[in-house]
Design a protein around this ligand. Structure first.
Ligand code: HEC
Length: 133
C-alpha cells in the first residue's frame, strides 16, 4: 500500500517536473527571440533540412526575388539562382540585410523581418559551407 502510494506520488512529481521543463523551454524560446542566436534555434524550428534547394531558395524566392531577380535587380542586386545568392552570402550583404545589421539596408524592404526559423535555416546552410545542395 505504501509502495503503491509512493509510486503514485513519484508519478505526480515526474509530471510536475516535465511540466516545469515544458514551461522553461517556453521561456527559453522567448529568450531566443530577444537575443540573436548563432546557428540553430533548436526548439520549434527544424533546421535539419537546411539545404539550398530545400529551404534557402524557397526563403529567397518568397521574400526577396520580387525585387531581386535578373529582371528586377533593385540596388543592382539579383538573388536569382545559387551563384547570386552565394555571392551575396560571401560579401556579407545577404545576412547583413536580413539580420538588419548596422551599415546595411534592412531587408526585405518594407516588410517584416524574416522569421527566426527562416534565419536559423539560412544560418544552418551557411554553417554547412553554403553548398549548392
Ligand atoms: C520591395 C522590394 C524589396 C524586397 C522584397 C527586398 N529588397 Fe533588397 N533591396 C531593395 C532595394 C530598393 C534595394 C536598394 C537599396 C535601397 O534603396 O534600400 C535593396 C538592396 C538590397 C541589398 C544591397 C545591400 C544593401 O544594404 O542595400 C541586398 C543584399 C538586399 N537588398 C537583399 C535582400 C534580401 C536578402 C531580401 C529578402 C530577404 C530582399 N533584399 C528583399 C528592395 C527590396
Amino acid at each position: 500500500m505504501i509502495c503503491k502510494t509512493l509510486k503514485y506520488f513519484s508519478l505526480i512529481s515526474l509530471s510536475i517536473l516535465s511540466f516545469s521543463s515544458l514551461f522553461s523551454s517556453c521561456y527559453y524560446d522567448v529568450n531566443q527571440e530577444l537575443y540573436p542566436k548563432p546557428i540553430d534555434s533548436g526548439i520549434s524550428c527544424d533546421t535539419s533540412k537546411a539545404t539550398y534547394s530545400g529551404k534557402v531558395s524557397t526563403i529567397i524566392q518568397t521574400n526577396c526575388n520580387a525585387c531581386h531577380s535578373t529582371a528586377v535587380n533593385s540596388g543592382g542586386v539579383s538573388l536569382e539562382g545559387y551563384s547570386n545568392v552565394l555571392a551575396a552570402q560571401q560579401n556579407g550583404t545577404l545576412m547583413g540585410t536580413i539580420n538588419h545589421s548596422a551599415g546595411y539596408n534592412a531587408m526585405p524592404l518594407g516588410a517584416a523581418k524574416l522569421s527566426d526559423c527562416d534565419i536559423a535555416n539560412l544560418n544552418a546552410w551557411i554553417h554547412a559551407g553554403a553548398p549548392n545542395n
